[in-house]
Design a protein around this ligand. Structure first.
Ligand SMILES: [Zn+2]
Length: 263
């Protein structure tokens, strides 16, 4: 029977529960951490049907000699990737027309000196100077087949003016640029350099339609700046054009290099 002072021991709780009860703080912390991790996993899991996201383990004995391969793919949104470097520019190449070569001798002096000889000497020196500067250079005939749709960084035709004596003022050089492709910088560079190395003045008022509407300007590809140089008058500037042709060539090569640097 029960008495108010019944001292039969109360049923003791199972040791597991008493352990948990005694460490309730730790239990709450572990449970909270578990819920938190579940939340983090659910929130950051890659959106996809795969139970493990996009992480897959593949064992392919044929290609990897039995080793485990774990390709990990990460979904990345499509977006525009801007090119970090400018597209490659084509290598520099310059065409030099040896005036009248392959066609006729051009102007001829009374003693037999031909414009072709003058043009050839100067053009070959220009070729050497440009090649030494590392520029791919091509010497072309007056009516060279390669002029059709010629594409280059620049094209320069070398000519000399008449050997007829019309007066002491027929001295000087001139440069005319193509009207089809902007060649203003090339013309400016040639004018400045030629004037400096030869000491000749520009003889502007004898620039003819033959120069501005030069046949090669119409043949070459659009986008190739081009100019024709009349290096001097064969009568009054004969010394410069023959024994002084180094200065002539330096002026033209320097003008072309000045143009190439401007690009
Ligand atoms: Zn000519």
């Amino acid at each position: 029977m029960l008495t108010p002072f019944d001292d039969t021991p109360l049923p003791t709780p199972s040791p597991v529960w008493s352990f948990l009860w005694r460490n309730v703080g730790v239990v709450v912390f572990v449970a909270g951490a578990f819920v938190g991790m579940l939340f983090v996993y659910g929130y950051f899991r890659p959106s996809g049907e795969g139970e493990l996201g996009l992480v897959t383990a593949v064992s392919d004995a044929t290609t990897t000699s039995g080793a485990f391969v774990l390709p990990i793919t990460k979904p990345v949104a499509n977006r525009l990737v801007r090119q970090r470097f400018a597209p490659n520019t084509p290598p520099l190449s310059v065409g030099i027309i040896v005036g009248h070569r392959g066609n006729d001798s051009g102007a001829v002096c009374e003693d037999g000196l031909t414009e072709l000889a003058i043009n050839t000497t100067i053009a070959e020196k220009v070729f050497l100077l440009l090649t030494q500067a590392g520029i791919h250079t091509t010497l072309l005939d007056e009516f060279d087949d390669r002029l059709d749709q010629y594409e280059g960084t620049a094209l320069v035709s070398i000519h000399a003016d008449s050997c007829v004596y019309y007066g002491d003022d027929l001295t000087g050089f001139k440069v005319a640029g193509s009207s089809r492709t902007d060649s203003a910088v090339l013309v400016t560079c040639l004018n400045e350099n030629y004037q400096r190395t030869t000491g000749l003045n520009i003889h502007e008022n004898t620039i003819t339609g033959h120069m501005t509407d030069y046949h090669a300007f119409r043949k070459i590809a659009e986008g190739t700046p081009a100019a024709i140089v009349e290096t001097g008058f064969m009568y009054m500037d004969r010394v410069l054009l023959t024994t002084g042709s180094d200065a002539s060539a330096q002026g033209i090569a320097g003008g072309i290099l000045c143009f190439l640097e401007s690009r």
